[in-house]
Design a protein around this ligand. Sequence first.
Ligand SMILES: CC(C)(COP(=O)(O)OP(=O)(O)OC[C@H]1O[C@@H](n2cnc3c(N)ncnc32)[C@H](O)[C@@H]1OP(=O)(O)O)[C@@H](O)C(=O)NCCC(=O)NCCS
Length: 168
Amino acid sequence: MSARFAIEKLAMAHKRDDFTCGNNQIDSYFRETVSQDVKRKYATCFVAREIATDRVAGFYTLSSSNVPLTEVPEPLAKKLPRYPTVPAVLIGWLGRHSDYAGQGLGEALLFDAIKTVATAPIGAHAIFADAIDDQAAAFYAAFGFAPLMRRPRTLYLPVATALRLLSP
Ligand SMILES: CC(C)(COP(=O)(O)OP(=O)(O)OC[C@H]1O[C@@H](n2cnc3c(N)ncnc32)[C@H](O)[C@@H]1OP(=O)(O)O)[C@@H](O)C(=O)NCCC(=O)NCCS
């Protein structure tokens, strides 16, 4: 996987206008809006570029955020300090071009996002993800993300647990 794709920060050279992952909302966000969010520092965006063709095969965004402690699933919550919120990073958007379906690229993007968060010099206890639909929620759940108490399409994983996924 890593030999075929380079995962790098979104740049002007990345061609986005034909990106399609099978979800219109994600496609139009990536084609039309993401660069404005990056410019305003509301998000960072990383793309998987197929090295041989220079095509954009997938992307994800990260934003600083937090999760109310009252929404963290038990028993995770009871191990945490009693601060009202848990410092976290949000995977706001993640998509893989349909031409690369089922080749492990979605997983590679997710693992890269986890690694980026875990190695950033800023405290973030957890990584959480906004799933666009139930299938997307199932994708995150397959990697151990747990739904928040009152928002089942927002899923949560402690960074320490995520790191164990990366080096089993
Ligand atoms: C979700 C998505 C990123 C998965 O990408 P992908 O490249 O097809 O997935 P991978 O090939 O990396 O699959 C990795 C593993 O996740 C599993 N998986 C993939 N999609 C899944 C789903 N919807 N539910 C449960 N498991 C799923 C695969 O079975 C695979 O497990 P395996 O290694 O045991 O076989 C892709 O389908 C996509 O871009 N969908 C549209 C946008 C979207 O839903 N984004 C999610 C965030 S909003």
